[in-house]
Design a protein around this ligand. Sequence first.
Ligand SMILES: [Zn+2]
Length: 154
Amino acid sequence: MVYVTRKMHFSAAHRLFNPTFSHEKNEQIFDKCNNPLGHGHNYTLEVTVKGMPDPETGYVIDLKKLRDIIEDNVVDKVDHKHLNYDVDFLQGIIPTAENLAIRFWSILEPKITSGTLHSIKLFESDQNFVEYFGEPVSIPVYNHESALNREVMS
Ligand SMILES: [Zn+2]
């Protein structure tokens, strides 16, 4: 088995908050990432595919094709966007690196037809990254829109 990886970059804004928490608790838990109008990160995404090299090409997956799959299905949809509001497949989830990696997996896994998806590694900074290997996990979905309205009105 050989593991091949494509690295991609994107920049995006997010705000981490849980609408069921008080303002104080959100601030305490999410700190800078709870900034009301969001703030930005330069993300690095590493997608690893495993498989046996094709005997005729020597490739597990053509890395140009892997790049196109990641670009078309993930990077183009999140780059320079506000992750809480602009991205269909992230609506209502708390956009931590953990939850982004889980959602990216569910989008990319069915698109990869040479080899199989092995891991999603997502760096939120040079120091902080998460890695996901596809174990089943469910992400709570909140109604951010109503939470935003509540905050604006209170
Ligand atoms: Zn942040």
